[in-house]
Design a protein around this ligand. Structure first.
Ligand code: VNL
Length: 390
């Protein structure tokens, strides 16, 4: 019975199409953007949604004859919700592309749905190396933690840092950061006397920072996800770690542009390695930052915004290149190998790995015109994810 009803519905739909009375729907190209809009990772959702809307405002909402519809859903960063929403978007909304993914567990939860439904999944935030291996339909526009961590492990020993304690959020990206930083740092002759892990949900940094104070390394290397950096910085200052001669280093997630300006002087001089700074001096970035801030009550874009903006670019370009047809495999093929100038600098979607190849910058927090910025002072060009060298 059920099957028959479905067949009849399909036949009716085909008839409608043939008679030229197809609903406007058919012309619509749907992007299902699943993000954490509330809860602990809400800043990531806000940044990416704002960037996607900016992209559309700048580039129009018609591509290769198709009307682009952005469908935003809030997964509150709970992977069960992400999975449920992805299922619903694929089955009921018939989205052409899935996108977003604020944290690694969300991306991994959706990977099998992308594979089974042959729907490209553009990962705009989550950054554990292995994500792109979870489905051949995943393309990433963000970054990976191994990609940005190695540069710091090369910089630190050349700058008087011989012992480092690592402190990471205890899940995929944190474990990647810990591994790739500490292995490279040890290879360069450094010592890592302790590796500390804090829970992802509601972390209390105090006992961990006390431990670091007692160990008294030259520096503390930190990875916490976007949104958690200010809390680390505040407690680092309150415990007088900087005055005790312990430097703070890390990936740029900790000096996140979304929060940096409110962190206060404790952040001054902190050196991090990352793929994006809102202070990146290119004309493309200056335009991006100015227009983003104008459209969002002076909110400064962070690296999440750039992942969202570039992810939209990858989708638009793929739709154009595949002649507006919008089938999953054609879109995926047209996403692979894209080369373009991002606000972060030149980037490339590696056709083999479907991961992003990009510059990694060393940056130091400085005050310019009364505001705190991550000021780039060195660059390692065209860095591939070192997690993929198997
Ligand atoms: C992840 C990686 C999330 C880096 C982040 O912020 C981040 C992730 C929300 O893969 O879960 O800064």
């Amino acid at each position: 019975m059920h099957k028959r009803t479905l067949l009849q519905a399909a036949a009716a739909a085909a008839l409608l199409g043939a008679s030229g009375l197809a609903p406007a729907q058919d012309n619509v190209f749907k992007i299902g953007l699943i993000l954490p809009m509330t809860g602990q990772q809400a800043t990531t959702g806000r940044q990416i949604e704002a960037a996607a809307r900016l992209w559309m405002a700048q580039n129009g909402d018609t591509v290769a004859g198709r009307k682009i519809q952005l469908i935003v859903r809030d997964d509150t960063s709970l992977p069960d919700q992400t999975r449920r929403l992805a299922q619903e978007l694929v089955v009921n909304e018939k989205v052409n592309v899935l996108a977003g993914m604020g944290i690694t567990p969300s991306a991994l939860a959706v990977a099998p749905i992308a594979t089974q439904s042959k729907t490209p999944l553009v990962v705009m935030a989550a950054a554990t190396s292995s994500i792109t291996e979870a489905s051949p339909y995943i393309v990433r526009s963000s970054f990976t933690l191994p990609q940005v961590s190695v540069a710091m492990a090369d910089w630190a020993p050349k700058n008087g840092i011989k012992t480092v304690v690592t402190l990471v959020s205890d899940y995929g990206p944190g474990l990647d950061a810990e591994k790739y930083f500490s292995e490279r740092f040890a290879f360069n002759g450094g010592k890592v006397p302790e590796k500390l892990r804090v829970p992802l949900r509601n972390p209390d940094f105090a006992p961990f920072l006390q431990k670091v104070r007692d160990l008294k390394p030259d520096a503390l290397f930190v990875f916490v996800p976007s949104g958690a950096g200010a809390a680390v910085m505040k407690q680092f200052g309150e415990r007088g770690m900087d005055k005790a001669g312990i430097r703070l280093i890390g990936t740029g997630d900790v000096t996140d542009d979304d929060q940096l300006n409110d962190m206060g002087d404790v952040a001054l001089g902190v050196v991090t390695s990352h793929h994006y700074s809102a202070f990146h001096p290119s004309p493309a970035n200056k335009k991006f930052v100015a227009e983003f801030m104008k459209a969002n009550k002076n909110l400064r874009p962070n690296f999440m915004a750039v992942g969202g903006y570039d992810g939209m670019r990858v989708i638009y370009e793929a739709l154009k290149k595949s002649g507006g047809k919008g089938g999953g495999d054609a879109l995926l093929a047209a996403m692979k190998g894209q080369i373009f100038e991002s606000p972060r600098g030149p980037v490339f979607i590696d056709a083999q790995t479907r991961d992003i190849v990009q510059n990694v910058y060393l940056r130091k927090v400085e005050k310019k015109d009364g505001q705190l910025w991550n000021v780039e002072f060195d660059v390692i060009k065209d860095v591939k994810d070192p997690g993929k060298s198997k």
